[in-house]
Design a protein around this ligand. Sequence first.
Ligand code: ATP
Ligand code: MG
Length: 434
Amino acid sequence: MRRSRAFIPTTKEAPSDATLPSHQFLVRGGFINQQGSGLYNYMPLGKIVLEKIKNIVKEELDKAGCNEVQLSFVTPIALWEKSGRAETMGKEMLRIKDRNEAEFVLSPTNEEAMVALVKNRVNSYKDLPLNLYQINTKFRDEARPRYGLLRGREFLMKDAYSFHASLEDMKREFDMMEATYKKIFTRLGVDFRVVEADSGAIGGTGSKEFHVLADSGEDTIVICNTCEYGANIEKIFESEEEIDALNEKSYEELSLKNIEEKCTCGGTLSFKKGIEVGHIFQLGDTYSSALDAKFNDENGKPQAFHMATFGIGISRLVASVIEQNHDENGCIWTKETAPYTVNIMVSNIKDEAQMALGEKLYTELQEKNIEVILDDRKERFGFKMKDAELIGFPYTVIIGKELVNGSVQVYDRKTTEKTSVSVDAILTHIMDLL
Ligand code: ATP
Ligand code: MG
């Protein structure tokens, strides 16, 4: 991409309600813009990051034997009446009427619809297990939409639903998906923890959350410093007041405190703040029974499917990466999430030698399938540099005054260090970095 042709409207102004770095930098960096309360548009850079995250999730799920589908986002209310959630979901579920006064819902989740899809299409234990997923828009009319993409009303979720002939098989899938999620979050380059969680309104017998560790996280979790154990405080504290009080405390206030109890491994337990980016549930047969969705077991006897569900907040992840990786000047994308890996900045586009080298390197990197952007704008060096920092490209090759001495500089966004490299060695140097 040539920056002169790109739609990347960066600004100095952050929205007045943007208190968190991810919200400020994603808007200022021209990734997203607010359409309405809890509603966001993705501009080209935001769209690229979103697609990258989607692709990693898709690749790992496909490898794990899941099938991708896409359900209609608008669902008839009748579906929600069958499970009782037309009543229990309350105001978070947005209802609309069509021209014939028929009532519909903007899907906040899709258990009912997915069970209805499988019902009468999967009839035998021989067709099980089955895991279906989609990466699709959700709508929840949140009481307090805030923090940009972290808590939107319209957002992108990966939701998967698995169907099993036995409880044991459902648990096997649950463990396998936990391992798959670990691979996904590791590939995304985020520092995360798996914690035991409350099953909440959805019910069921077991649930785990995946949290990106970040001081600004809305959730408080307890983690062991020795083993992998972790739990959401919602799981380990009984009283609502105690939970609310801890959630309201900032990370600084909490981190001073280790909790009195020791981990079963003997390790020290301490509080951390986390952003919930994934949630896996053992559902049981709540929804399959409610919708009378059955398969014939080995003895030809009809049985309700055992189910599990698996969610990932795709759009929330875009913001979570930045909540965890930023400095005062802007975003610091991880390798797998960066919108472009290399930014070639031509300091003075009127200088023919600078421009020629920029073009040459741009072509060479493209030929090597490196995601590269050429900053060929007629702007001051300082302006372009601030822009590069705000957006957070992992590497910027600065082609400037040093070119007369045969060298350019490579700026590393994470370390903020600049290294001089000779023009002859620049391509190899970049390839070694990646
Ligand atoms: P939270 O407790 O943060 O409200 P939840 O427990 O209601 O989330 P789930 O029903 O488990 O959410 O949804 C699966 C995933 O979808 C969550 O783990 C989260 O990453 C994402 N998600 C949920 N609500 C939102 C939202 N309003 N905006 C963006 N992502 C969301
Ligand atoms: Mg949840």
